[in-house]
Ligand binder design. Structure first.
Ligand code: ATP
Ligand code: MG
Length: 209
């Protein structure tokens, strides 16, 4: 049903997981579109701790703060520390279990780009995730959503404005002295410059532990 035990309507909460190294307008547009189309009350951005499939990620605290800066002006956007405060690698299952524990009476929606959705479908026991949230796959330039063999009912695919932006490209640009203006929010451009992030390999921003 759509009502919680007390008669209040159930809150609808989106979860936008990511490394956010750095957060960019592709993430923000995806979250905003899904929030509108699915009438979400809130979208929680959850920066990963140490992503199990990535190495050399920027310190979690920088990624967390850039995510806070990028989302601060949107009253529906919030940021959660569940993944960065949990020791060890980040698994989406743990993220959803921890978030749901905080608000068991909500309806949960996990937002994921076409590339990340394809990766999830390759995991062992991925069906478990569908008991924890409804999955929403959003289009992303360079990746095909339609090729995926999706279990019916558990995943909804939606088209969002195509922004060919990736964090990897943003990092490479900064490293090469190129611009990231208009790819990431202004405050994030300034945060990157202030802390010298992505300036070079093994610099002070690199994560060693
Ligand atoms: P990286 O290049 O470091 O992997 P990224 O740009 O892919 O960074 P992530 O933090 O890995 O960003 O992505 C978090 C989530 O946002 C994933 O579900 C991803 O598919 C989605 N996403 C990222 N960029 C876009 C985009 N431009 N359009 C739609 N979805 C996106
Ligand atoms: Mg990625």
């Amino acid at each position: 049903g759509s009502r919680a035990a007390g008669g209040r309507p159930r809150r609808r909460i989106g979860v936008m997981g990511g490394t956010f190294d750095p957060i960019h307008h592709g993430h923000l547009v995806a979250a905003s579109e899904v929030a509108d189309r699915f009438a979400l009350d809130e979208v929680v951005f959850v920066p990963t701790g140490q992503p199990w499939q990535k190495t050399g990620t920027t310190v979690a605290e920088h990624r967390y703060l850039m995510t806070v800066i990028a989302t601060a002006s949107n009253p529906r956007f919030t940021v959660s520390r569940v993944d960065i405060d949990r020791p060890g690698p980040t698994y989406t299952r743990d993220t959803l279990v921890d978030l749901r524990r905080q608000e068991p009476d909500a309806d949960w929606f996990f937002i994921t780009g076409a590339d990340a959705l394809a990766a999830i479908m390759g995991w062992k026991n991925y069906e478990e995730l569908f008991d924890l949230a409804h999955f929403i796959g959003v289009t992303r330039p360079g990746y095909q959503l339609s090729d995926l063999n999706l279990p019916s009912g558990a995943v909804t695919l939606i088209e969002v404005p195509a922004l060919a932006i990736s964090s990897t490209d943003c990092r490479r640009r900064v490293q090469a002295g190129g611009p990231v203006w208009y790819l990431v929010p202004d405050g994030v451009v300034q945060y990157i410059a202030k802390h010298g992030l992505y300036a070079g390999d093994g610099g002070p921003a690199g994560e060693s532990a």
